[in-house]
Design a protein around this ligand. Sequence first.
Ligand code: CTP
Length: 464
Amino acid sequence: MNPLQDFPLQRLQQCLSPHLWQILTTASHHATEQGWNLYLVGGVVRDILLATPGTLLSIVDVDLVVDRDRDDWDASSEAAANAGVKLAQELQRSYPEARLQIHRKFQTADLSWQESSEFGPLLIDLATARAESYPYPAANPTVVASSIEQDLHRRDFTINAMAICLTSDRAGALLDLFDGQRDLRSRQLRILHPNSFIDDPTRMYRAVRFAVRLGFQLESQTERHLREAIDSGIYEQVKREHSKVPALQTRLKGELKYVLETPTWKSALKRLQDWGALQCIHPSLTLHRSLPAMAVVDRLLKRAASHPEPPKFLQLLGPRWQVLLEILLAQLGDRAAPIATDLQLPSDSIQRLHHLAQDQAELATYLATAHQPSQIFIALNRHDPATLVLLAATSPRPDRHSIWRYLTVLVEVKSPLDGTDLRRLGYKPGQQFRQILEALLGATLDGVINTPAEAKAFLDRHYL
Ligand code: CTP
């Protein structure tokens, strides 16, 4: 295999929008002025190679890497480390409408164009070529400026480890050190070295993303390495030994979010379970009980959202992926809240999981004797909608129906007379005033009163 092949720049240009092509040309021009090489890398190169020649791709996320020919590139110098950031600053001068963000800690920068701008939505990430090492498994890697070859070595799969040079006499050269093109043809996901999953378990979750989206399979050795990494117990060990394990905490949450946001989240989770990769979250996590509950809630939420007048409780829930993740974790009982803390879910999410068992027990007791709509209302009114959705997912079917009826119908019911009407009728605000309003609402929920006249008669009967 020749790791350096020609990729006609004309074919590249045909795949990209004229705006993106213009930005890349400008970036190449600035890089050349500095004596740097500029490369298009990662997912964009993969998608360009997968596309039928001539197809215009809708690209919103571009990764660019800068390096310099080895003889005059002191990779350990600050100038080398800052090359990516400096190029981003230069590029922003050419496109002042783009927003520049510099991530000093990682020595990277990105430029973003809003959807409303003629170039947007677009995010261009710029970095100096880096080599990386992991201080311990699942840690954040330590990076040092390096060459494009080293930069490709640190990547997840062969299909994501290719680069197209955009500058100098190598413009149009395709760097494919690991035969990524072969794996694109045979639709395989292959890691670059046996320790890849030990270094970074989020790669399992990235694998499922590409497997489901592109219809690729894990190459057999890669699957063996994945299972070995899981079976070694290394992830539990590093969690015990280190308080900060980003690839099993924040970064894992990021990948879970990605998986749960896709329409194919069920098959993605099933595949993760088949590989044993759910164990990265917790060794005893399975889909057995949670998946049906997640699917039911997902369906109910979608149905409620598609209603011409969607119920108000939908606005009070967290994002859908987070609702689904809470349901998945709920099966872990008293270990759910610590895992949610590890994953750095929001504090209300952690609290919900922490109190779930107690809330479930109370709910079962209250609902056992609640038959009238007003009784169901009183039983459920003490909880916020997000807790009720989690309770619905984890309760037996009759209770789930009661909760859903409460959220979609009962909370929307209004008494025919409100506080203003009561004052007009001569009732004085005070403790009894509240009781009267509650009684009116209860009677409305139970269908005893429907009109202001019936409500007035109800008041005359009970509160004169
Ligand atoms: N990458 C990696 N390991 C990770 C994350 C990212 O090697 N844990 C590299 C891959 O080369 C990847 C590139 O960084 O292609 C960009 O990452 P990202 O934008 O997350 O992935 P894409 O491949 O662009 O995937 P998508 O098309 O889903 O955005």
